[in-house]
Design a binder for this molecule. Sequence first.
Ligand SMILES: [Zn+2]
Length: 172
Amino acid sequence: MAVTLNHRLYARDVRAARQQELAAKFPDHSIIVLTAEIPGAVRNSRQNNDIGYEALRVLIERFGYRPDWLEVHELPTGFESFLVVPNDGADAKAICCDIEREHPLGRLFKLEVYGHDGKLVERRIKTDGYRPCLICGEDERTCRRINAHTPAELIEAVDRLHDEFFHRAQLN
Ligand SMILES: [Zn+2]
């Protein structure tokens, strides 16, 4: 079954509903909603899951404990995971921003943080929102707006990042 934009929008609505359920259940916690952000329409589920599980692994490592609640969904629309942690929203967001910036695959991680009030935590500094393009290093939003790269180029760049990272992991 081909995954269409409608499927992805539906998955996003279901994620938002699940986040709200968890926020009601864990009022003194923050919630991290993890997805793999792979540019282009093509989703390779194995690659998407590899990237998602690596993000999950490094999140748990950085937080230093098992979340109070953890769930993982491997969906046709992509990997997604919910982590419920006692940290306040700003603290959790700072950790997530560090991971997105520092991890070799960080540009493919999408880590949304909802604070104790259940609201999305914005990035503290605007420049944290700058994501370098996988291909040319410019602001990714600009490249997307002007269609600077073809879908094939983007897929190739993701494949290369993925293969380099997991190949190296195997050698270690
Ligand atoms: Zn670019």
